[in-house]
Ligand binder design. Structure first.
Ligand code: SAM
Length: 275
């Protein structure tokens, strides 16, 4: 049986660092060497590949693109939960009941730009379904195909939905039975309201359209300063003038983009007259 070294050599780690930066824009700091080893080790074991150098060669062979996708998906951190950072949902509710009631001839457009397993766009959809009088659409995207598949199914462990109110739980979810005992599923009529698509934030964004609100939360922390600035400036272009960008509360983007004005912690607004 192969004895595995659990941490990539410094040289191997540099190769992964470059690959992850090129494909996802994500900066893996040197402190993440052991974490990377831990996440990739199960693939080495499954494929009986002897070390991280050999696995790197393997995923870079042309016919092994599926394995490259597997490796990149293991690198992303997908932690999320319903109504995470509740201040954004309170703010959205005020908008929907206030200034967003105007312009009701056009649908309200919201983009959840790193949606992970779907808790974020479903939280938005529940809120809009209850409070929004206008037509609305939600685009939910992520670079990781596996989390998108889970998001589309909309099935969640009941005890991971603790921030969901009893009202929303009763109105928008159904309890699983038999092998789905202990799970809840978002109702089909709400699932259908969200378009889930694969999208890499380092790609050209011109095709995604313009939005009244963009959720770009807890993803730019994984990019270096240059990457953050580039993405933030491109995302700002996708906001309608006066539209809002929600970022993670642990992230700071003060002064990173001249088109965006910081109006509250983790809420930026596209300046009017910048369209
Ligand atoms: C920590 S989760 C955040 C989920 C949600 N926005 C929240 O705040 O709860 C970060 C997500 O960003 C996605 N991600 C990482 N790099 C990306 C990229 N280059 N393009 C699009 N999504 C990316 C990951 O796949 C992951 O699902």
């Amino acid at each position: 049986m192969t004895e595995y070294t659990e941490v990539p050599s410094e040289q191997a780690f540099r190769q992964y660092q470059r690959l992850v930066s090129e494909k996802l824009g994500i900066h893996l700091p040197d402190t993440k060497r052991a974490m990377l080893g831990h996440r990739l080790l199960k693939r080495l074991r499954a494929l009986e590949i002897e070390d991280f150098d050999a696995y790197f060669q393997y995923i870079n062979r042309r016919q092994n693109e599926a394995e490259l996708t597997n490796a990149l998906e293991l690198v992303t951190t997908n932690e999320t939960f319903f109504f995470r950072e509740i201040q954004h949902f309170d703010f959205l509710q005020q908008l929907v009941l206030g200034s967003f009631r105007r312009n009701s001839a056009t649908p309200l457009r919201i983009w959840s730009a790193a949606c992970s397993t779907g808790e974020e766009p479903y939280s938005i959809a529940m809120l809009l379904s209850k409070y929004c009088l206008r037509e609305w659409v939600i685009l939910a995207t992520d670079v990781n195909e596996s989390v998108l598949q889970q998001a589309k199914k909309g099935i969640y462990l009941d005890d991971r939905m603790s921030l969901l109110s009893d009202e929303f739980r009763a109105r928008y979810c159904r309890k699983g039975t038999d092998e789905f005992e202990g799970y809840l599923r978002v109702i089909p009529s709400l699932r259908r309201r969200i378009t889930f698509e694969k999208f890499n934030l380092i790609e050209d964004m011109a095709g995604v359209g313009n939005f009244d609100v963009i959720f770009l939360r807890n993803v730019l922390i994984y990019f270096d300063e240059e990457g953050k600035t580039a993405i933030l400036n491109r995302v700002a272009q996708r906001l309608k003038p006066g539209g809002f960008l929600f970022t993670g509360h642990s992230e700071s983007f003060h002064g990173v983009c001249s088109q965006l004005e910081s109006i509250q912690p983790a809420i930026l607004q596209r300046r009017l007259g910048t369209g």
